[in-house]
Design a protein. Structure first.
Lengths: 262, 221
């Protein structure tokens, strides 16, 4: 009887079924963080723009999407995005993209994740850029660099390096948030875990053993903990290295883990 | 057309108000749990005993790295199927509270480290015991430096509370109210905009309150 604990893992292809589901979550997180980095940089630059109107609008946009629950965004996009857009997504997504991305539902899931995370990352980047001493921008303009040149060659390379630890921390949050797309019926690890628990002798997984909900979700939780723990270690190491590199800065404005927010 | 937009609010005001109340209740209850458990875990993490430190670290790494939705599946259908009679609201509030407690513990811990070592040494040499030092000397000072990190945690909690109503728990919170009204009226944009407005009111109020506290008590790190 004691050996019956986690017996379901060895039954049928339950284990690989769950692990493949978890890989989908990691893929979603990876794609979303890349898109969010690009969009976040654009938002940060717009917010720092010298044009009052542009910076105000970008500021409102960032504050709006940062302060809304991510699940609300995802559910709204799921219900609001017209069928036509989903079809366009399904038709244009290249065949080599992972299978989970072929579904039109992914459009709502990904847009929600990117809208939210780009707003969060924009704030992190803005803080990184603003944390540079004023002298950097002044020196650049004294050397005759224009706004664009000084951004590209002086400000961004330094400012963005400072936000690397905080970005890794955000990736941890994003990893966890990928589970939310299960609520709009995207099949990833949460959905697959529910499939595994649904019945014994499950046709999808070929398992012939009862899989208790408690055990299955503890197992799923441990998968996330393993990956996120490794990421948090990485973030901490990057932070220490960055602090050592920019030795003159005693307290970096962009903190990593200790200010990571749920 | 613009009338329909406001009609969605006025026609369903009771449902939105109930949802708002439920979300507020969830946030307040979870925050109490998060503060109590978080303070305890932080005390473990800075305790002189290495085993207590390790226990605190395990707590933090577990609850900080697990998705809240997974916690909800463990605590509600998981425990129920295993024979524990737990209600949706208890499972939800406990999950959100214990999850946020890990972040609270980390915020407090970094606050404790911001109190200079000399303070602790002075108080120990004055004859205070370690728990007394922590309670009377370190924590009052630490709390002041952690007002703003705790503030961001409250805002994150307000946002995370939506996962309770949006998922299997199906509590009648603000997001749930928006969804129900959407499915009844098919007015997708207004239903969600009004629910979003409710969340923005909560996060906005929290922001203002924290800013007030900060200007009164906060010490810049």
């Amino acid at each position: 009887m004691t050996f019956a604990v986690f017996e379901w893992l060895n039954s049928g292809n339950n284990l690989s079924f769950i692990l493949e589901g978890f890989a989908i979550n990691l893929e979603i997180a990876l794609v979303a963080i890349l898109l969010a980095l690009v969009a976040g940089l654009a938002l940060a630059l717009l917010r720092l723009s010298r044009n009052r109107l542009v910076s105000t609008v970008a500021g409102l946009w960032v504050d709006l999407f940062r302060n809304l629950p991510l699940l609300l965004l995802i559910l709204f996009l799921f219900l609001w995005i017209p069928q036509g857009w989903r079809n366009t997504w399904e038709n244009t997504i290249p065949g080599w993209a992972p299978e989970a991305f072929q579904s039109g539902l992914m459009l709502a899931g990904l847009s929600g994740l990117v809208l939210y995370n780009s707003a969060v990352l924009a704030e992190i980047m803005r803080a990184g850029i603003l944390s540079l001493p004023r002298g950097q921008a002044e020196a650049a303009s004294a050397l005759g660099l224009g706004y664009r040149q000084s951004m590209l060659h002086v400000i961004l390379p330094q400012g963005l390096r400072r936000m690397v630890p905080a970005t890794v921390s955000q990736l941890i949050t994003l990893n966890k948030d990928t589970t939310l797309v299960s609520i709009i019926a995207i099949t990833e690890v949460m959905r697959r875990a529910r499939t595994v628990t649904a019945t014994s002798g499950n046709p999808f997984t070929g398992g012939g053993v009862d899989a208790p909900i408690l055990e299955v979700f503890i197992f799923v939780g441990l998968l996330f903990i393993a990956v996120n723990f490794a990421l948090s270690r990485l973030s901490k190491r990057l932070e220490v290295r960055e602090r050592r590199r920019s030795g003159s800065v005693p307290k970096p404005q962009v903190r990593g883990l200790e200010e990571q927010v749920a | 057309m613009p009338f329909a937009f406001f009609d969605v609010l006025t026609d369903n005001f009771d449902a939105f108000a109930t949802g708002f109340g439920t979300t507020l209740r969830i946030v307040v209850l979870s925050f109490v749990i998060a503060m109590v458990v978080g303070t305890l875990v932080a005390a473990f993490r800075v305790a002189p005993n290495p085993w207590l430190q390790r226990l605190g670290a395990i707590y933090v790494e577990f609850f900080r790295n697990i998705p809240l939705l997974v916690l909800l599946f463990i605590s509600f259908p998981g425990l129920r199927r295993a024979g524990v009679e737990i209600t949706a609201i208890v499972a939800g509030v406990a999950s959100l509270g214990l999850y946020t407690a890990a972040y609270v513990a980390e915020a407090l811990r970094s606050g404790v480290f911001s109190v200079s070592k000399g303070q602790i040494e002075a108080s120990l040499s004055l004859g205070f015991s370690y728990p007394q030092t922590l309670r009377r000397i370190v924590l009052p000072q630490a709390f002041r430096t952690v007002i703003s990190p705790l503030g961001s945690l409250i805002i994150a909690m307000i946002k995370n509370s939506a996962i309770l109503g949006g998922s299997i728990l199906a509590l009648d919170d603000l997001l749930k109210a928006g969804r129900v009204i959407q499915s009844r009226t098919f007015e997708t944009v207004p239903s969600f905009v009004w629910a979003a407005a409710g969340y923005l009111i909560l996060t906005g109020l929290a922001t203002v309150a924290i800013r007030r506290l900060e200007t009164r008590y906060a010490v810049r790190r």
